[in-house]
Design a protein around this ligand. Structure first.
Ligand code: 8X3
Length: 258
């Protein structure tokens, strides 16, 4: 049997690499020796990050990509013969309204970015991951993919969709040289997640983390992703749920009184 390619010769594609968990993951995979391909809609941000990584002696390129645009995703995929790692990180939440009043456009958009986006990129790159002889697909879902909470239904439904995609793909491709890893983070304080969810309302965004001693950071999650993908190729981390110590469940969060 041929030896697995070394990390140094392997390409890692990260979607949503312009900020937060995606950017942190790109940094850590680059430091681990991967040639990272940063994708996101915001070209300026991924170009700046690619430049930063290259200056630090790593290998990184930026490719502007909207994961919901299948034609663009296919064109992107056609540039590669093989890929070692795909981190499906692009996505996010819009709104936190009850089912009774939630905006159907928000629901549609969340399904489109989180589920169809992951589907598009995974379908397009799966042959390339397989061709590497040791591919890893990472789906960055959420604890919202494993239980619901009031006001979360639209996002929770989309994240359950991502979880189902990962679990089903693992069943369907067993026996082929591609691992399927799901990382499900709980409360992570990033610069944009809550702000995007609440349409730029900084007060509402700040309330998400109010009194929580130490929410997870993007780096904490990036470490779990990097750890999972760098296990030996016969070790598949099916699902890794990671929360801050202060969060016992989606609805049980310890908040210190200010
Ligand atoms: C983020 C976790 O609790 O905001 O994926 O849904 S939560």
């Amino acid at each position: 049997m041929a030896a697995a390619p070394s990390a140094a010769s392997r390409i890692a594609v990260v979607t949503g690499a312009s900020s937060g968990i995606g950017a942190a993951t790109a940094r850590q995979l680059a430091a681990a020796g991967y040639r990272v391909v940063l994708t996101a809609r915001r070209k300026d941000r991924i170009e700046a990050l690619a430049e930063e990584l290259t200056t630090a002696g790593h290998s990184a390129v930026a490719y502007q990509l909207d994961v919901t645009d299948r034609a663009a995703v296919d064109e992107f995929a056609s540039a590669f013969k093989t890929i070692g790692v795909l981190v499906n990180n692009a996505g996010g939440a819009l709104g936190a309204d009850p089912v009774a009043t939630g905006d159907p456009d928000h629901w549609r958009s969340m399904y489109e970015t989180n589920v169809i986006g992951t589907l598009n990129v995974t379908q397009a790159l799966l042959p390339k991951l397989e061709a590497s002889g040791d591919g890893v697909v990472v789906v960055v879902s959420s604890t919202a993919g494993h239980g619901t909470y009031e006001g979360g239904a639209g996002y929770v439904a989309a994240k359950h969709g991502e979880h189902v995609l990962a679990e089903t793909l693992r069943l369907e491709i067993v026996g082929r040289p591609v691992r399927v890893v799901e990382i499900a983070p709980g409360m992570v304080r990033t610069e944009e997640f809550a702000l995007t969810r609440f349409g730029g309302d900084t007060d509402k965004a700040a309330k998400v983390y109010e009194g929580v001693a130490e929410p997870l950071t993007a780096d904490d999650v990036a470490e779990t992703i990097t750890w999972a993908v760098t296990r030996p190729s016969h070790v598949n981390i099916d699902l890794l749920v990671v929360r801050p110590r202060a969060q016992a469940s989606n609805t049980k969060v310890h908040r210190e009184q200010g």
